[in-house]
Design a protein around this ligand. Structure first.
Ligand code: MN
Ligand code: MN
Length: 406
């Protein structure tokens, strides 16, 4: 790429991502000066323009960005894809996104009939259905039985150590996001049913189940299962079992059936133990921000925030204290992270709605609004700090509005 074209692209990114027009200008129009005259320069060396175009706020950061912050974003598209006969899986753990010590995420696809093998693990598992339909099963330690069908927008939560399975339904199976309450979690290292059977002497299996020693001779090798192809099961009501009892707190939740918090500019649906009592270690919010709008300046008083972008494009600006701030760009399939208590905003940078999940390792959802804080603080105190006029103070909102403008 020649320097002139390159410079034009930098200017386009600085202006907020009008890439098509800036590139078109490069072919026909005049050179556009970078947005921060006197700063930076052209980039004539090796580079990946496709990546650059997705990173306008990394390439030409806001002038207010300063200091060193750790990386706060990782794309599922940059994760290793594990391909199996029944679908695929990929993960973003502390190994991919080093700052995320207490949350890991997995993105999984199960084809129609495809089964994520019966298994359990030390971490608790929270899920959001991204596509299609699935059947999930579990039992709890008291012998309560759980079977349910879930669709787009539904959640599930399997507590630590509880055995479960997932199977793709319908004509085209499902895709979902899994969130684990441990950054070290590894989807490739769970307790698999077939793995245990392969590592118990046959006479012990025979004694345990009261059957002959050759009853389990055909159990497949674990490498054949994990995520494997199978027939789509029958309707849910054929899966009922006489005499079985349900867990006291159901493991699934219909998030889209909730009335959202609604502002002029978007919506928020919160699920935590107040309305999804089973989910004792994960609280979540599904946020929709209209074009031109923004998840307001705020922070979380309880823990780190783990983000997953479902659709649209956005930028996340994080304030870390001590003069440090950094901005990251996001699009569908990206994971973000905001360390505990750091101030931040998420602004829609595209022309379509942006939808994302806010995830917290907590039994409750909480945020502190900068706007509400200032509106509820004595005026003289605010004036003395910010040197703003009365009209500005009048504009502050006593009622929290998670998505602005109101
Ligand atoms: Mn699991
Ligand atoms: Mn937040």
């Amino acid at each position: 790429m020649d320097p002139i074209t390159r410079r034009t692209m930098l200017a386009g990114t600085a202006a907020g991502g009008v890439f098509a027009s800036s590139l078109a200008r490069a072919q026909t129009g005049p050179i556009v000066e970078p947005k921060r005259p006197g700063h930076g320069g052209t980039n004539p060396g090796p580079d990946n323009q496709t990546i650059d175009r997705m990173n306008p706020n990394i390439l030409v950061p806001p002038a207010q960005d300063h200091g060193t912050l750790p990386n706060l974003r990782f794309r599922f598209g940059d994760s290793h894809m594990r391909l199996e006969s029944g679908g695929w899986t990929r993960q973003i753990t502390v190994r991919e996104l080093g700052v995320s010590k207490n949350i890991a995420g997995v993105n999984m696809r199960l084809n129609a009939g495809g089964i994520r093998e019966l298994h359990w693990h030390k971490a608790a598992e929270w899920a959001y259905m991204l596509y299609g339909t699935a059947r999930i099963t579990a039992i709890d330690a008291d012998g309560n039985r759980f079977v349910d069908d879930v669709g787009v927008g539904d959640l599930w939560y399997f507590p630590s150590g509880i055995p479960h399975s997932i199977q793709g339904l319908g004509s085209d199976g499902c895709e979902f996001l899994l969130v684990f309450d441990d950054g070290e979690f590894d989807e490739d290292n769970t307790f698999l049913l077939s793995d245990w059977f392969k590592h118990v002497p046959p006479e012990v299996l025979a004694k345990n189940f009261g059957v002959s020693a050759d009853a389990f001779a055909k159990v497949p090798d674990p490498s054949e299962l994990y995520i494997f192809a199978a027939q789509v099961p029958g309707p849910l009501d054929t899966d009922k079992m006489a005499g079985a009892t349900q867990p006291p707190n159901t493991f699934s939740h219909r998030l889209m059936a909730q009335d959202p918090i609604r502002t002029k500019s978007g919506t928020v649906r919160i699920a935590d133990t107040k309305n999804f009592p089973a989910s004792v270690t994960i609280a979540s919010g599904l946020v929709e921000v209209n074009p031109g709008a923004m998840r307001e300046l705020h922070w979380h008083p309880n823990t780190d925030e783990w983000l997953y972008f479902i659709e649209g494009t956005a930028r996340l600006g994080v304030f870390a204290g001590s003069g440090q701030a950094r901005t990251f760009d996001f699009s569908a399939g990206d994971v973000g992270f905001v360390p505990f208590a750091m101030g931040h905003y998420i602004e829609n940078t595209g022309s379509t709605p942006v939808r994302f999940l806010e995830i917290f390792k907590s039994n409750y959802y909480a945020d502190v609004s900068l706007n509400q804080w200032l509106a509820l603080t004595p005026r003289e105190l605010v004036e003395a700090h910010l040197r703003v006029d009365q009209a500005t103070i009048d504009a502050f909102h006593k009622l929290k509005s998670p998505v602005v403008p109101v």
